[in-house]
Design a protein around this ligand. Structure first.
Ligand SMILES: [Cu+2]
Length: 403
């Protein structure tokens, strides 16, 4: 039977696989977007009904495509047989295939153009940090080079398929080896890749050199500690210095293991939002308490792993306030975010904090209203009332406020 002939098991299964892949991606995308728009009312039954309707839709679409392929195949077969009965040559499948490849090439290029012009802006918005602009330049240069190579190879690939399609008049030429070609296609990519790698190395060094102890000291130091599944933030108090930490001191009340033998620890502050003054350098001291997490702030082009036992850091300078971004993007509810970019466990997606970039005055105002990390409970636990160092700190504080 022709249908059986046209759609054999291999084709059938690969079509099913293709549709399931496409279908599940689209269903998931739809579910995510409906999640994003829905409030937290938890209307899951409507959601799952919607998902099954989508599954039904793609199954139906799959069956329709199968039928269309079978019908077109049948028509062609009949046409082919009719030609042969009339003593004419049948369909030249080599021509059909070659033309198909050419159409695929043109449609693919149009698709790439459409996709890029339509969704290109979604790749990443403008960078909101000083070093981000350098990284973006590197990204676009790499993109341009790889795109030109991609385009050239695709045109050659499909162009050759078309030009040298199977023909009775031509015999394939046996051409096993050519040293010159081998040299060209080894040396040319090697040179291009070397340029890209060196370029990347220099850019990264330029960014991280300012983080180095040798570089300029950051105006602000913030501790970012990751654990399953949250980020904890610690700001320095009036002294501008963060106190020392000791992992052995971590407890229910002292979640970060702050060491109160260091007098700089007493005035440290705990914060819920990563508040940053605009155009001031910030150094994030990054720590993980359990598994590897990753500090990721896409708008600032910041990403670095948080590794247990191996503190990392990143210094950068935000250049655009949240308010500026809101008006630039025309999104009144826009916020910068700090995400975790390592799949670190079941509630990984919960690991996000709002980042606010504000003016220096707003920042000072906010800082004055943050609660100290040193809670009353912790004071009791550490018996700070009898601690000479702490009493000295209190005395200095009261003297400062009296002045
Ligand atoms: Cu994480």
């Amino acid at each position: 039977m022709a249908f059986k002939h046209l759609i054999n098991f291999k084709k059938f299964y690969s079509l099913i696989a293709m549709f399931l892949l496409l279908g599940s991606n689209l269903v998931m995308a739809q579910a995510t977007s409906s999640n994003a728009t829905a409030t937290d009312s938890g209307d899951t039954s409507a959601q799952s009904a919607g998902m099954w309707a989508s599954v039904g839709y793609y199954t139906l679409l799959f069956v329709i495509v199968c039928v269309v392929v079978a019908v077109v195949g049948k028509i062609l077969k009949v046409y082919d047989l009719t030609l042969q009965m009339q003593g004419k040559k049948g369909i030249n499948w080599n021509n059909v295939m070659a033309t198909g490849f050419l159409i695929f090439l043109v449609a693919g290029i149009i698709g790439v153009y459409y996709s890029f012009s339509e969704h290109g802006s979604m790749i990443l918005g403008p960078a909101s940090s000083v070093h981000g602009k350098t990284l973006d330049t590197m990204f676009w240069i790499t993109f341009a080079i790889t795109f030109v190579v991609f385009l050239a190879t695709q045109i050659l690939l499909f162009g050759f398929l078309f030009k040298y399609k199977g023909s009775d008049k031509r015999k394939a030429y046996y051409y096993p080896h050519n040293n010159t070609i081998e040299k060209i296609w080894t040396v040319a990519p090697a040179i291009v890749l070397t340029i890209l790698v060196v370029f990347g190395f220099l850019t990264w060094r330029k960014i991280t050199n300012t983080v180095d102890a040798k570089g300029e000291v950051a105006s602000l130091n913030v501790d970012v500690t990751g654990h399953q599944f949250a980020w904890e933030l610690r700001y320095p108090g009036k002294d501008g210095k963060l106190g020392k930490k000791k992992s052995k001191l971590i407890s229910g009340t002292n979640k970060l293991g702050i060491n109160y033998e260091d007098k700089n620890s007493f005035d440290d502050l705990a914060a819920d939002t990563l508040m940053l003054p605009v155009n001031k350098s910030v150094r994030l001291n990054i720590i993980a308490q359990d598994v590897i997490h990753s500090v990721y702030m896409p708008n600032f082009r910041v990403q670095i792993n948080a590794v247990p036992g191996l503190p990392t850091y990143f210094k950068f300078t935000p250049t655009k306030t949240t308010a500026q971004m809101r008006s630039d993007l025309d999104q009144p509810d826009f916020n910068y975010h700090l995400y975790c970019n390592k799949i670190c466990g079941g509630s990984h997606y919960n690991m996000q904090k709002i980042v606010m970039v504000v003016s220096q005055a707003e920042y000072q105002n906010w800082l004055a209203n943050q609660k100290p990390y040193l809670s009353d409970q912790l004071k009791k636990e550490l018996k700070l009332a009898d601690n000479a160092l702490y009493r000295q700190f209190q005395l200095q504080n009261s003297l400062a406020s009296n002045n």
